[in-house]
Write a protein that binds this ligand. Structure first.
Ligand code: BQF
Length: 317
């Protein structure tokens, strides 16, 4: 049996072309401007810096303006929070992204909680997490949203399917489980992690297996049921002196061994990663459109005097 390669690069490119057209219409309309994305990068870890460059390059290609706020590795949490408060208050900024991971001395939960939820294009703020869990409108985390859209692009049904997610991170595993449990998505979801006993027994029950555990080539052929769909979220740099870059990218799945057993599988690179970026830019348009937070002040309009509350205006009985 042969398998399909789920080409995230191609699907993302198609979505970015559509987004570019939508942005042209949006930004050209009366009283509108191009969306603006602020990206905060602390330190200059090579992988983080390269993700930030990839996001900004893709943004520019579709018509989203952006800036990188590049902060020193030893910046204090207070100072970082100061930048976030400034960007929250800046009506010219539609979306704010804090590139993760942050250095050890900074608590990422406090930093993310400081974001204006209406500008949280990564969908990590507790308000957006809560809205996802409850099935209310809000920003969805980019990688889980990208996985769902990639499967949709290949007409891979999730409704009624048994999905096993390997990894419980707040960035991928946990929000993906919540997304797939939504009414209308209707998957049956199991979340496993590095401390799950008899992991292979569970992964073998998956019709769709999503791997986001962060260990190179962790998933081997014995862990996958024949005919399964395998989504590899891992991006691991393995040092390889024979390579011009000095490293190769490998996923969390041993692709060579696993692919022949599957009905469909994502490659690394070129699978989930490009979809993540496409979803980020779609979220940024939605931030500019105030799609999920309609009462958030429009950045291209002056603040209007709030109408008095009915209870305050109405005479007491
Ligand atoms: C591709 C990320 C781990 C930790 C922090 C395209 C990306 C990656 C791969 C990318 C990732 C991974 C991002 C490919 C953003 C995905 O062609 O396969 C794009 O830029 N990603 C991130 O911002 O932070 C991470 C992985």
């Amino acid at each position: 049996m042969s398998y399909r390669i789920l080409d995230g690069r191609r699907v993302a490119e198609t979505r970015l072309q559509r987004l570019r057209q939508e942005l042209e219409r949006w930004s050209g309309a009366e009283g509108h401007r191009r969306p603006f994305l602020a990206v905060i990068l602390v330190g200059d870890h090579p992988a983080s810096a390269s993700y930030v460059r990839a996001k900004r390059r893709a943004a520019a290609e579709v018509g989203i303006d952006s800036e990188t706020i590049h902060l020193p590795l030893d910046i204090s949490e207070e100072e970082l929070l100061g930048h976030i408060h400034r960007l929250n208050a800046d009506a010219a900024v539609d979306g704010i992204l804090v590139q993760l991971p942050l250095p050890e001395h900074i608590n990422p939960d406090r930093v993310i909680a400081a974001l204006d939820p209406a500008k949280d294009v990564d969908g990590f703020h507790p308000i957006n997490v809560g809205r996802l869990v409850l099935g209310q409108p809000g920003f969805r985390p980019c990688t889980p949203a990208g996985i769902v859209e990639l499967l949709r692009a290949y007409d891979i049904e999730l409704s009624g399917r048994r999905v096993v997610i390997l990894g419980r991170s707040h960035i991928v595993g946990l929000p993906l489980a919540n997304l797939l449990l939504q009414r209308g998505m209707d998957a049956t979801v199991t979340v496993c992690h590095s401390r799950t006993p008899n992991l292979a027994e569970i992964t073998r029950t998956a019709e769709v297996l999503v791997v986001a555990i962060g260990r190179p080539r962790f998933v081997t052929a014995e862990m996958v049921c024949p005919g399964a769909v395998v989504i590899d979220v891992g991006i691991n740099r393995l040092s390889d002196p024979t390579h011009p870059r000095g490293y190769v990218l490998v996923g969390d799945v041993d692709f060579e061994a696993v692919a022949p057993r599957t009905s469909a599988i994502t490659p690394v690179p070129g699978g989930v990663g490009p979809m993540t970026i496409a979803m980020l830019l779609e979220n940024t348009l939605h931030a500019a459109q105030r799609l999920y937070y309609p009462s958030a002040q429009l950045s291209n309009q002056p603040a209007t005097t709030k109408a008095p509350l009915a209870s305050a205006a109405a005479p007491s009985p």
